[in-house]
Design a protein around this ligand. Structure first.
Ligand code: ACM
Length: 742
């Protein structure tokens, strides 16, 4: 994983056991020696096999790294692994190729069903491998929430084991400037701190303690060096002229209005833009000079996305500049500004990188700029347009490769924006736009996943978002187009997840986790259907309260179970590996009378955002399905026979949704704190209950509210609409669960 370019199996196997010797021959000896040393550490740490470096005169080496610049191996990153009865030889033209060979060899030593410590049986044969694309990237947003330098190094290590080679490091944002630029000390003194609004106070320990963080020169150099040892380039992104509110908070003269905004505490598109004048350009050149000093990468990203032009349009100074330059509109002015910045990078031998937004707006980008295309809608039309304007293009469609998007509709799925981006969607990303000629296709230089961190406050969440979707990305970036095979990918997944587990990666099991569909059956029993998103593996279940094992009953057809049963299910691979941890479904008189908020539809019929709630005193963290700006849910065909009461578990979240405010739906309140109203038929239908929010509005965290119902006689099945009154911009209500009782 990723599938190699060419595999030629032979018959027979070679045993590799503790004490086997590893030798290094040929070019770049120091680098290859440390690659071999790290390979030994990786194998010992994950596989429990302890190999040794061979002495110079050893005659029985089991594994040999052979680096020869003239070897008949494809490209600098290519390698060959030949396994026969005598041993294993990894041949490459460079140390980089030898590194990728060492990663594949580690995988050959951790095949499906591998057991720690036992000798490994490696199938004999030959692998000839090389990457499809040069740019195999993950973007890390350290602006919205930052990660510690040591966590970033872990991520880089894991990226390299998936044969990724670019970390696009997004270090400036509206919500935080995270790179120390000594010439402009206020950038981190002011720009790296924001007020701890909402859940940020859980990270700082108090709403009075700001959320602050930036990377020092020493940390940056350490991260860059660590990445280089693993053949990962760190490409920094200084996002200009939008996403710059933190910079303007530090130096208001960088802005258009002359006033000082706060470092932003909301998410979305900020209206604060840099003033595109000469003084700003000198600042940007200074910043980029420092960036070039810190980052040796050939590529440097200058962003260019989501530059809302309202402040430029409103400024007589900016309008005059546009006219003096003879430009027709503000998109052309952004083009001019970007060209000036790009020229500075090009003068210093660097290649600018940026987003595709201005192509969408009909403007042009600097000719030599690499375009990261995140607008994947309309059949990759923007990427194709970028190629036809002469750019090299990196495909990073938000629809499938933005890993902040949640990855399933499971009740316990983690927070993220809608809609879902499943493992399969990531795997099936179109990397060469339909309609591109063979010559045009050559300008697709790679693929990139996006780890945007608005809803991702912890490294645990980062890991859940990235893995295993990173394996899909890795295969898109590395394997030949002809190797694309979803079922083959799934078959290789259990061994990969076992490696993740051995590495200590907190990956998501969302694609494999059992989902329960419960309906009423005769005689007060329940009919339950189980399924999983990837439709892979065997779901096994228990009804006696124990956790399922790989010997528990396999699910083959819908179950009929009595009340007071605790049903547990988990998913297992053919080799017995647990693909998904057990999930539980209680079956009792409340099961069909209650619904989690995440199982309700939104009134807009748009997919909901999943938002973290406050951590409870017990330490658990709820996740709510919320249509931001419209606290309104639908429960079609709820069974109301004999019900008398309703209980709602609700929480009010801080409004942090920036430009989504324009779509907020306010509803008339009947009391100062507002209420949850439940209506039958439609949202304007008869009122079933009104639940006052006074107590919940004053609470932090969840509140359980109860009310009596005005149930019409012979109610039966009714469509329900439940909504919070008031203005969501004063606090966005979330609904954990709604339960009727008799
Ligand atoms: C982006 O997602 N704004 C590049």
């Amino acid at each position: 994983m990723p599938q190699p370019a060419r595999v030629r199996p032979a018959s027979g196997t070679l045993e590799i056991a503790d004490g086997a010797e590893v030798a290094v021959h040929g070019a770049e000896p120091a680098q290859v020696q440390s690659i071999a040393q790290r390979f030994l550490q990786l194998l010992a740490g994950t596989r429990g096999l302890h190999l040794h470096m061979a002495a110079a005169d050893s005659t029985h080496t089991a594994i040999t790294f052979e680096v020869d610049p003239h070897a008949d191996v494809a490209g600098d990153a290519g390698y060959r692994i030949a396994v026969d009865g005598h041993g294993i030889v990894i041949t490459a033209r460079t140390a980089r190729g030898a590194f990728y060979g060492s990663v594949t060899l580690w995988q050959l030593l951790t095949p499906p069903g591998w057991k720690s410590g036992a000798p490994a049986e490696v199938a004999e044969g030959t692998i000839d491998d090389h990457p499809r694309f040069a740019w195999r990237a993950l973007l890390l947003d350290s602006g919205r929430h930052y990660q510690s330098a040591s966590d970033i190094k872990k991520l880089i290590d894991w990226m390299s084991l998936n044969k990724l080679d670019v970390l696009l490091w997004h270090v400036t944002e509206d919500q935080g400037w995270r790179l120390d630029i000594p010439r402009y000390p206020e950038l981190v003194k002011v720009g790296a701190c924001r007020k701890a609004v909402g859940l940020d106070s859980e990270l700082t320990g108090s709403p009075d303690k700001p959320y602050c963080g930036y990377y020092t020169e020493a940390e940056v150099r350490d991260i860059v060096r660590y990445a280089a040892e693993r053949y990962v380039d760190v490409v920094p992104e200084i996002d200009l002229p939008g996403h710059s509110q933190a910079a303007i908070a530090a130096y208001p003269w960088l802005g258009v209005t002359g006033t000082r905004p706060p470092v932003w505490t909301e998410w979305g598109v900020s209206p604060w833009l840099l003033n595109p004048n000469e003084k700003t350009l000198r600042f940007v050149d200074d910043v980029l000079d420092e960036v070039m000093r810190l980052f040796p990468s050939r590529y440097i990203s200058i962003g260019g996305d989501e530059a809302d032009k309202q402040q430029w349009n409103a400024s007589p100074e900016v309008r005059a500049q546009m006219q003096t330059l003879g430009l027709a509109n503000m998109d052309q002015l952004q083009g001019w500004f970007t060209n000036e910045i790009a020229a500075h990078l090009i003068e210093h031998g660097r290649t600018p990188v940026g987003w595709d937004d201005e192509l969408v707006a009909g403007a042009t980008l600097p000719a030599s700029q690499v375009v990261m295309s995140w607008h994947g809608d309309n059949h990759e039309r923007v990427a194709l347009q970028a190629i036809r304007q002469g750019h090299d293009v990196v495909m990073t469609p938000q629809e499938s490769l933005y890993f902040d998007h949640y990855q399933s509709d499971l009740p316990d799925e983690w927070a993220g924006p809608p809609p879902a981006a499943t493992l399969r969607q990531a795997y099936d990303t179109i990397v060469v736009p339909n309609g591109a000629s063979a010559a045009e296709a050559k300008h697709i230089i790679g693929v990139q996943g996006g780890l945007w961190t608005e809803q991702m406050p912890t490294f645990a969440h980062d890991q859940h978002a990235v893995f295993p979707r990173l394996a899909a990305l890795s295969e898109l970036g590395w394997s030949p187009a002809g190797a694309h095979d979803w079922n083959g990918f799934l078959r290789r997944m259990p061994a990969e997840l076992a490696r993740y587990r051995a590495l200590g990666i907190d990956y998501a099991d969302s694609a494999f986790a059992p989902a329960f569909r419960v309906a009423a059956a005769a005689d007060g029993k329940f009919r339950i259907e189980l399924s999983n998103q990837a439709n892979f593996g065997t779901i096994r279940y228990t009804t006696n309260g124990s956790a399922p094992t790989d010997r528990s009953a396999p699910y083959t057809r819908p179950l009929t179970l009595p009340a007071k049963t605790s049903l547990q299910a988990a998913t297992f691979a053919p080799d017995g590996f647990e693909l998904a941890a057990p999930r539980m479904q209680a079956l009792d008189e409340t099961t069909l009378l209650g619904r989690d908020g995440s199982a309700l539809a939104t009134c807009s019929h748009q997919p909901a955002s999943r938002l973290d709630g406050s951590r409870s005193p017990g330490g658990s963290k709820p996740v709510y399905a919320v249509d931001i700006g419209n606290a309104c849910w639908l429960w079609p065909r709820a069974r109301l026979d004999g019900v008398r009461h309703v209980a709602l578990v609700v929480e009010r979240m801080a409004w942090r949704f920036g430009d989504e405010a324009k779509d907020a739906v306010a509803r008339r309140k009947s009391s100062a704190a507002g209420e949850f109203e439940i209506h039958t038929g439609s949202c304007m239908g008869p009122l079933l209950a009104s639940v006052p929010l006074q107590r919940a509005a004053q609470a932090t965290g969840q509140t359980r509210l109860e009310a009596e119902l005005a149930v019409p006689a012979g109610a039966g099945l009714r469509d329900l609409c439940v909504f919070a009154t008031g203005d969501p911009r004063d606090g966005q209500w979330a609904l954990e669960r709604m339960t009727f009782s008799k």
